[in-house]
Design a binder for this molecule. Structure first.
Ligand code: NAD
Length: 420
């Protein structure tokens, strides 16, 4: 199946391959060039709208204060409030957050939900922090962002190492200052606090819907399709489980410590229960042990990198053996790998489409909060499927997805006269 046709080798050589912002920008530039984007619009759209850096003094359990550094990048508001997750990790940096914020803008535009893009993060090691420390840090971070977030301004959500609990704390901190409960300030909340049915599974379910569409193009059925999944968290774990339940043969899965492989297929429900109980796939019977790098190069039909960035690079792209690459993570493929995948004829479902199920149901959550009326899970799932299938059918390459997204954002920017 077609990948993007143009070769931009000279540009690729100059890209600092592992920098997600450079990866995102080289795809943006390519699509903008093909669209013949007006230079004024190009100048506006290639930079974020706002970048905040905050310092977060937090009382640790020892009684001492530790000052954490946090960010929130609001990339674009042309189509509505900014939207995007908050990530806690020791290696979070502004370039990564900036890239993730821009990806949110393009992702929301691809699935046509009325949001711009944002992303936030705090440099911290959540594995080393107690629940009380995490709560105090999160509430202080939310207080620093009070003037900048809100249902009409910027709506955070969970990302790596943040979850429903984190969102509940942010919602409560915001509500304390507003003097009334404002559920629509964040998405990914617990269902009892204004969350949406189906949100937790939405990104994995969205992956299932686009993979269903992709294999039809190869005239394959789920039963004939071998899938390899990297990552077993919200996206990889739930995605693998839904694929398994739909009849796909999931032959390998991993977490950060490594993976397991069986060419006859793995019972994913059992394997994930084992992982949950023992916190590792180590010792799981009837499988071969593989490293995360080996896993990416396994013989399969669909490869789903659903862990983290920069997994498929110029160093390993030519060794991939999949027909379809369904990008569950954000930025799992570097721009330098794009051309190699194209030469191999790999059909890429780009991240800004493949993992857009999460933001689609976040949009549904925001709508339900504002209506004060909640939908049944089958209604959520059906609306998600409609959105994912329609979006899949409107783009068939990474560049096409960027072009559609940039065109939508550019149209709204021009009509509003944002750069006047
Ligand atoms: P998660 O923390 O729930 O799971 C991450 C998984 O990846 C875990 O199994 C972890 O062990 C594994 N992992 C982490 N680092 C790894 C590494 N270096 N090598 C191999 N495995 C590694 O996170 P998640 O929510 O599933 O997010 C995964 C990716 O999907 C991220 O890129 C995130 O931005 C993206 N994403 C998430 C959502 C969502 O709704 N959760 C939506 C869109 C995109």
């Amino acid at each position: 199946m077609a990948m993007d046709s143009a070769v931009y080798v000279d540009d690729i050589r100059e890209i600092k391959e592992q920098n997600p912002f450079e990866s995102m920008m080289s795809r943006f530039d390519r699509a903008a060039q093909l669209l013949d984007l007006d230079p004024d619009l190009y100048a506006v759209m290639r930079v974020p709208n706002r970048e905040l850096k905050v310092y977060i003094p937090t009382r640790m359990d020892s009684g001492r204060i530790q000052v954490f550094e946090g960010f929130r990048v609001q990339h674009n508001f042309a189509r509505g409030p900014a939207k995007g997750g908050i990530r806690y990790a020791p290696d979070v940096n502004i370039d990564e957050i900036r890239a993730l914020a821009a990806w949110m803008t393009w992702k929301c535009a691809v699935v046509n939900v009325p949001f711009g893009g944002a992303k936030g993060g705090i440099i911290c090691d959540p594995q080393q922090m107690s629940i009380g420390e995490l709560e105090r840090m999160t509430r202080r971070y939310a207080s620093e962002l009070l003037d900048f977030i809100g249902p009409e301004k910027d709506v955070p959500a969970p990302d790596m190492n943040t979850n429903e609990q984190t969102m509940a704390w942010i919602m409560d901190t915001y509500s304390m200052h507003a003097r009334h409960t404002v559920t629509a300030v964040v998405t990914g909340k617990p269902i009892a606090l204004g969350g949406s049915s189906g949100r937790r599974e939405a990104t994995g379910r969205g992956l299932l819907f686009v993979i269903n569409e992709a294999i039809k193009r190869f005239k394959m059925t789920p039963q004939q399709t071998r899938v390899v999944v990297q990552g077993s968290g919200n996206v990889g774990g739930i995605g693998a489980k839904l694929l398994y339940e739909a009849g796909y043969k999931v032959v390998a899965i991993s977490d950060v410590r490594g993976g397991i492989y069986n060419s006859d297929g793995i019972n994913i429900t059992e394997a994930l229960n084992y992982l949950q109980a023992t916190r590792s796939f180590e010792g799981y019977e009837g499988v071969e042990v593989v490293s995360n790098q080996e896993l990416l190069e396994l013989e399969c039909d669909v490869l789903v990198p659903a862990a983290t960035e920069n997994q498929i690079t110029s160093q390993n792209a030519d060794r991939l053996k999949c027909k379809v690459l369904a990008e569950g993570a954000n930025g799992p493929t570097t721009a330098a790998a794009d051309q190699l995948l194209h030469e191999k004829g790999v059909f890429v479902i780009p991240d800004i489409l493949a993992n857009a199920g999460g933001v689609t149901v976040s949009y549904f959550e925001w709508v339900q909060d504002r209506m004060g009326y909640f939908w049944r899970e089958d209604v959520v799932n059906q609306r998600l499927e409609d959105t994912m299938v329609a979006s899949f059918n409107s783009v068939d390459t990474r560049t096409a997805a960027y072009m559609l997204a940039i065109d939508r954002v550019a149209y709204d920017t021009r009509m509003r006269g944002i750069y006047a």
